[in-house]
Design a protein around this ligand. Structure first.
Ligand code: MN
Length: 242
């Protein structure tokens, strides 16, 4: 039985027939159904404005997750930089369990550390400052208590602004840094494999981090390459879901 890992699907709200939303639902039925565990490393949803709004906007995708969890596939999910306001109602409706920001698992003799990846982009200080602000529990509480119409308009505004910010920031500024990776690996001394998403630059490489060999896998965002990671007893593979 395998563990499958995906990230950055960016499901589109209120668009059950969007090609990405359809591909995701097919992936659950055709691939994840045969797995023991499905791990989603953040940004499954394009945006999440609170369970009271977004559960209805992703109704068919939540139902598909629920169906999978009812077939005894464990669903584990990390927050991304666009979807970090899922709460108990989301977990209840989908059957998914929320993971900590840094999730370490051991498979055979490998220690794998998994993160969304935005916390590794330490060169972009403006972004990191904003991230700390949005992850503050008081700020989140206030946001979640705003009227629905207000949250929907803030969500639209943020999406437009992040598109614009992304278009004039350099690719390097928005990528992970050596320092970010080194600090993470230092916090997880036994980890020898790092898996993350966020940058939408799929790769598999060998790194020297703090004098030790670390393999780094970056997951794709399914645009267009629909790859995922499959972890078995003792081997890790990047597979493509066409
Ligand atoms: Mn992201």
């Amino acid at each position: 039985m395998s563990t499958l890992v995906i990230a950055d699907i960016h499901l589109q709200p209120n668009q059950p027939n969007h090609p990405i939303n359809i591909a995701f639902k097919r992936f659950l039925k055709e691939k994840a159904l045969n797995a023991k565990t499905l791990i989603i490393l953040g940004d499954l949803f394009e945006v999440w404005l609170g369970d009271d709004i977004s559960l209805a906007l992703f109704e068919s995708e939540i139902a598909a997750l629920r169906q999978l969890s009812e077939q005894n596939v464990e669903i584990l999910l990390q927050y991304g930089n666009r979807d970090f306001l899922m709460r108990k109602s989301f977990c209840k409706a989908s059957g998914a369990k929320l993971l900590p920001e840094e999730y370490e698992i051991q498979v055979a003799d490998q220690n794998i550390i998994m993160v969304h990846g935005d916390q590794l982009c330490t060169a972009d200080q403006q972004y990191q400052k904003m991230r700390r602000w949005f992850r503050n529990s008081i700020i989140q509480w206030i946001f979640l208590h705003l009227p629905k119409s207000k949250r929907l308009s803030i969500g639209n505004k943020m999406r437009n602004e992040s598109k614009q910010a992304g278009s004039h920031k350099s690719g390097q500024l928005m990528d992970v840094t050596k320092e970010g990776i080194a600090a993470l690996v230092q916090r997880h001394p036994s980890a020898n494999i790092l898996v993350h998403g966020h940058t939408h630059k799929p790769t598999h490489e060998q790194l020297q981090v703090n004098g030790k060999n670390v393999q780094r896998y970056v997951l794709s965002d399914w645009r267009p390459q629909t790859s995922y990671l499959s972890i078995n007893d003792n081997h890790i593979q990047v597979l493509d879901f066409a």
